[in-house]
Design a protein around this ligand. Sequence first.
Ligand code: SOE
Length: 370
Amino acid sequence: MIGHQFMGKVHSHAYRDLPFYFDPPAVPVQQAISGRNEAAVREAAEQFGWDSVETDWRRLVERDDIDLIDIVTPNHTHADMAIAAAEAGKHVISEKPLAVTAAQAKRMKDAVEENNVVHMVSHNYRYAPAVQYAAQLIREGRLGRIYHIRAQYLQDFIMDPAFPLVWRLKKEYTGSGALGDIGAHIIDLARFLVGEFHSVSGMLQTFIPERPLEDGSGTGEVTVDDAAGFLARFNNGAMGVFEATRFAAGSRNKNQFEINGEKGSIRWDLENMNNLEVYFEDDEPGMQGFRMIHCTEAEHPYMQAYWPAGHIIGYEHTFIHQMAELINGIHENKSPHANFNDGFENQVVLEAVQESAASGSWMTTEQIKA
Ligand code: SOE
């Protein structure tokens, strides 16, 4: 593992708990973790259960006792690490967004494909059982033709103007702000549930353009969006309305969508992540309306591994499911979703939104790829 902050902790937990609940064809061994600060990485190794530490990620990639590299570092570092891992013949999982530009994401996708390693990008919300069940209902045609998706990812953690100028607020480290950090998740859910984006029309806004530097030596410019909104057309004719913001006071981590099709609708909200609201047009007249399915039963993806029906699971379990698919994928030499191709397609949409916001015109994903 390269990196050891929030995502380092949640991925480590997933590797550790995976064999407890599932029966993976291979059991991950937490061989080594790397970070630049030796004291901090030693502490992380101790807390998260890693057997050894490195202070240079390149050393990790060279080690022949390692099969899989897990990248949980800031966005601008993903490309060099993932490409080096692929060239060393190691399987690779990277945190999202895959890269800072679509061109960089393309190089990463090419590297993993050319080196025939298994690859994955961490879009964990796909792996909430209720989201997997929604995908199953859509695949089975229970909603018919899809007309709409409206999705929002709302946070509020940087509303205080005294919140410092951390790496997430600097374009060279992130690529974009709320758009790439949390908008990438709803783009991923839309690609997973509805299909490929054709074109977008976007707007970006930075409400607080200058913030205190982390070392207290003054202030600096925020070079990414605080909030993003965009409209989308999908290749299958569906329409999308999306919003990603870090300025939705009171919403700490609200990730939600509604999808409307010719035969019904579904709604999901991370804050009630075990539930899926469904509405079916062919329900008996007089009895129609949204009803709540508690996706905690054996019929719901992944839930058999846990508790008797009705007992809920949480955020961390989405990562366990993702790692279960990764280990299965490595065993079968087949990249699970979301993979680097998904990461690339996602990055193309992010870039299309940025370009559209800058130019004021609609932008197609093909224009970005050209
Ligand atoms: C911070 O905005 C963050 O940790 C994102 O980086 C994650 O992708 C999201 O799942 C939760 O919020």
